[in-house]
Structure formats: C-alpha cells, structure tokens
Design a protein around this ligand. Structure first.
Ligand code: SME
Length: 190
C-alpha cells in the first residue's frame, strides 16, 4: 500500500469524518503526542512497502512534519568515511549540509548514542544554528540491526521547550520503526 487514506466512516451515530495529515490516518483533533502515537502503525506499513531508504526517510519526515507542524524534521546520515553527519531527506528550511563531531545536538545524539532533548537551544554548548527560528529540539539516534548509529532524526521547533515526555516517547517509537527496517532498505540510486 503506497498511500493510506482513512478519512471517514459510519457507525451507530451516523457518518463521521476526521481530519487527516495528508494520506496518513491521523486524527488531527487529538493532542500532538497522541497524533504521533497514532502514526506508528501506518508509518510502518508505508515504510515496509518500499525498499528505497531515501524515499522512506523522506516520507518519515513528511509524516511527522504534517502531523505536527514542527519547524524542521529530517535526518542526518552517518558518513563513516568522513566521520561526520551529512544531510538527508527532510521537511523544512534549508539546513547545514555537514555536522561535525563534538559540535551541536545531532553530533551529541550520534556520539553518545542517546536521545537529546534540548528545551532551549541557546543553552546547549556548541549548538549549531542552521535556522535562527529553531528554539528547541529533539534528536534521536537511528540504529541498524547491529546496533550501530547509522543516522539521527532531528526535530526542531520554533517554540521553546516544545517537546513533552509523551511526545519524545512517541518519537522514540517512530524512530524504532525506522531502525527496525533500516537493514532491509537499499540506497541505490545513491
Ligand atoms: N540542530 C542541529 C543542527 C541541524 S539543524 O537544526 C537542521 C544541531 O545542533 O546539531
């Protein structure tokens, strides 16, 4: 199934509709954490259906972006040869192309293999300001089947302190979906 589109239905109370995030069956009237939680199953179905890692990272970014409206949602991939992070598929304004070890939130998630939740980016030593509009962010490591960090998922908000514990937990579940499928994807054409 390339696109999902549950937009309405009928029950004992009559016909009903819910708002959708594009073609993903997300109830946009729910709180943001619940919308993210709702994404896990349809996102897995969408990403399982396609072998291209590029296409899947693009759609994963679009799914979270359209479900939340966060300022920047995207991936940086580990470039092992250069020992840095290179920009991958994303939704949002143009971003830094390369991120280097020891500098910024993405590099911290990569190096420490740990989710980074930053309520105030200006208080994070060495924060890389790709966009002056980003005030808070969360960065989650993505793993292959061996457990190596192969990418990070970077989500930035234009509001300070904009990531609740429930939202971070839901994002970790979505990241686990990406990680669990990573080894089944191909990167050609590269
Ligand atoms: N926030 C990142 C830089 C990437 S951009 O924000 C898209 C960081 O400090 O690592």
């Amino acid at each position: 199934m390339a696109c999902l589109g549950l937009r309405g239905g009928r029950d004992g109370r009559g016909v009903y509709f819910w708002a959708v995030a594009h073609d993903l069956p997300i109830d946009m009237t729910l709180p943001r954490a619940d919308r993210l939680a709702q994404l896990a199953t349809p996102l897995r179905a969408l990403l399982e259906d396609e072998a291209s890692g590029w296409a899947n990272l693009a759609n994963a970014s679009a799914a979270v972006s359209s479900a939340t409206g966060w300022h920047w949602v995207g991936f940086y991939l580990v470039d092992q040869a250069q020992d840095n992070l290179v920009l991958g598929p994303f939704q949002g304004p143009i971003a830094c192309t390369r991120l280097f070890r020891g500098k910024g939130v993405c590099a911290a998630a990569w190096t420490h293999n740990q989710t980074q939740v930053v309520p105030d980016v200006h208080a994070f030593p060495g924060h890389v300001a790709c966009s002056s509009a980003s005030l808070s962010e969360v960065v989650l490591p993505v793993h292959n089947a061996e457990g190596d960090v192969v990418a990070v998922w970077d989500i930035d908000s234009a509001d300070a302190d904009d990531f609740s514990a429930a939202e971070v937990a839901a994002l970790e579940a979505l990241t686990a979906v990406v990680s669990s499928l990573w080894d089944s994807w191909t990167w050609s054409p590269a």
